[in-house]
Design a protein around this ligand. Sequence first.
Ligand code: MG
Ligand code: MG
Ligand code: MG
Length: 267
Amino acid sequence: MIKIFGHTNPDLDSIASAYAAEYLLSKKGIDAKAFRLGDYNKEVNYATNYFGITLDMPLIDRVEDNDEVMLVDHNEFTQSVGNIENAKIFMVIDHHKIDNFRTKEPLEYIAKPVGCNSTTIYEMLKEINAIDRKDVLAMLLSAIISDTLLLKSPTTTKKDIDVAEEIAGILGVNLNEYGYELLKAGADLSDVTEDELVRIDSKVFEPNGKKIEIAQINAVDMDSILSRQSKIEEAMNKVIAEKGLDAFLVAVTDVVNCNSEIIAIRK
Ligand code: MG
Ligand code: MG
Ligand code: MG
């Protein structure tokens, strides 16, 4: 049996690619099983709940010597399963630069410069007339939305757009509405405290002898963050006092529409 998996700390594309690749290989009569190298994230859970999909992808952290494996959505050994250097790599389907990768034997290696690996897997399923499973299509569509930030990221290609629109048509899903809700679920910061929010991604700068801290909060639903502004300001004031800052700027960035609102406090 070939073990299929995406990268560690798996995103939706790593889960969907492995899930769909299991079906792709089964259609070719190859015994294979999808695994995962980490917990399902919020986007994966949103997608599977929305479409009523139950994933059966066991968690693994290493493989045995000479295990047959297939890598999807990654190729770098540093992002892969433990003991990967002693496994037999049967196949790779990926959309990243090729780095830190070597094998002892020949293999099938598919590398496409697309925004999402699931785009390539969809095309491979279509080639063999295997786009008949709605659960597989739903996972692939969700992955394309996730990797391309709803077809808006600079890495998005025409192929990603065409495939996403085609699958949405087959499933009868409103791409923009579903996509927005999916990204929002993934960027859900409701369980993150204000004290944590202003510390997730922050740096101190010292221009002209002043001590200024700048933090960024990436959000999809900016309003839900801005509705917490007074508590965020309280948290900012705590940091100003703690670190003796002259000013603290927090940028709340809407990753879908590429806008930012700045909350700034001077000592
Ligand atoms: Mg990925
Ligand atoms: Mg990917
Ligand atoms: Mg990604």
